[in-house]
Ligand binder design. Structure first.
Ligand code: KG4
Ligand code: ZN
Length: 404
């Protein structure tokens, strides 16, 4: 089965083409035919965060060229001798899909009508959670491709994409992956710019929310604290670099709080921590580079301690066999290291999955692989900015095969 996947939930336009061999519901080997990404991060850096309308505009500019790029990379962009003429029905359907994006419609027709229909079995697309205006660009493009190529569209939950990214294991050159099948129950900690969730997975494709942030997501806290320290967006990697410069033996005179560490539940809260950073900054008359490094380090330590403590507590309570970390914040070296050390020490029989750095942030590849696993195509797909994992559709690859 060959899937073209589209990710536009935030500020990364990602398109990938993946192929699985065999008919198993859990593909053993996944070949990456194309994996392309355009990031808007430098643009959003000017504003210190992502504005949904700007993100939408940039996705709409990037998506068609990126599609052609991905098809070319996969060797699937075959030019037609004569441009394809759409039937009246196709034209009407596509016009309806793109009714709010006439420029994108023009771009879409110009590029796609010049190409032969590629051998693609389905389109996978992120339908949420994320920024709805941004999600719609991906969904509309996916639906339009579905019409043009006569293939089903598979809705994918972005957070499930992050879980799947963690289970992907590079075979050699980054072009072939195997997919680890976790033993259940598993526990997923999802940490990104928009989410902080501890999710229990009692069985495959089933999710139960154990706890989540009551205010800011971890990545959001990293981004906001970075801004306070005069660092650019996205702040996570910047804070991390700064924290690594701080001398190991030096500490902030008044340490930052470890929010909700002993709350007795599995919820998180990072907004107060952000305010504590603001107060810590204000205490200094002039903030030296060393002060900034110490603040960054204690902030990172605080976040890490809270995440690790709560995750391990949940893992013990629910006797999970695996812990799966997912989301952009898993790129953080400190978080990766402390999780590895703590799980090895406290839960030696539990396997820890962490995505490779390349797959930790948003990308089309994880959506493609999640799409391979969940192939229910819906008649009416809508963007859902607050889509919950528990609402995910169940795997129905067979249904998809029947439709073909
Ligand atoms: O999953 P992701 O790419 O996008 C969302 O779905 O939100 O996560 C992006 C978040 C940003 O907040 C970014 O600052 C954070 O991940 N991030 C990091 C690091 N790299 C990215 N946070 C901490 N340390 C990092 N090294
Ligand atoms: Zn994400």
């Amino acid at each position: 089965m060959r899937i073209l996947a589209i990710e536009t939930s935030c500020d990364e336009t990602g398109i990938a083409i993946v192929e699985s061999k065999g008919s198993s519901l859990v593909p053993k080997t996944i070949r990456v035919l194309a994996n392309t990404l355009v990031s808007q991060a430098t643009l959003h850096a000017q504003f210190g965060g992502v504005f949904p309308a700007v993100a939408r505009r940039e996705h709409a500019k990037a998506i068609v060229p990126l599609l052609v790029h991905a098809l070319t990379e996969a060797g699937l962009a075959k030019k037609l001798k004569q441009e394809r003429i759409l039937s009246k029905k196709e034209e009407t359907t596509l016009a309806r899909i793109f009714h709010k994006e006439p420029e994108l419609f023009v771009l879409f027709k110009e590029s796609l009508n010049a190409l032969k229909v590629p051998i693609i079995d389905a389109i996978a697309v992120t339908v949420g959670p994320g920024l709805e205006p941004a999600l719609w660009v991906g969904i509309n493009t996916a639906e339009a491709l579905g019409v043009l190529w006569g293939v089903p569209v598979i809705p994918v939950n972005h957070m499930e994409g992050h879980i799947v990214a963690s289970l992907m294991q590079t075979k050699d050159d980054g072009k072939t992956f195997s997919l680890a099948m976790p033993r259940f129950p598993s526990l997923a900690l999802l940490i990104s710019g928009g989410h902080t969730e501890l999710v229990l997975m009692p069985s495959r494709g089933k999710y139960k929310m154990l706890g989540q942030t009551r205010d800011d997501a971890v990545g959001e806290a990293f981004d906001k604290v970075a801004r306070m320290l005069g660092l650019s967006y996205p702040g996570g990697p910047e804070i991390s670099k700064l924290a690594e410069k701080a001398p190991a033996h030096e500490k902030l005179s008044v340490p930052l709080p470890r929010p909700m560490l002993k709350s007795g539940d599995f919820d998180f809260s990072f907004s107060g921590l952000k305010t504590s950073v603001l107060y810590a900054i204000k205490k200094f008359e002039t903030l030296t580079d060393r002060d900034k490094e110490l603040i960054a380090k204690d902030f990172e330590d605080s976040v890490t301690e809270v995440l690790v403590t709560k995750t391990l507590k949940a893992a013990k309570k629910y006797k999970v066999k695996e812990i799966i970390l997912g989301g952009g914040v898993t790129a953080n070296r400190k978080i990766r290291k402390i999780f590895q050390e703590s799980v090895a020490e406290e839960l030696p029989d539990t396997k820890l999955f962490i995505p490779t750095i390349l797959l930790s942030g948003d990308n089309g590849l994880m959506i493609g692989v999640a799409g391979l696993l969940r192939s229910k195509s819906k008649k009416h797909i809508v963007a859902n900015g607050t889509l919950k994992l528990a609402k995910s559709v169940s795997p129905t690859l067979d249904e998809l095969r029947k439709r073909k």
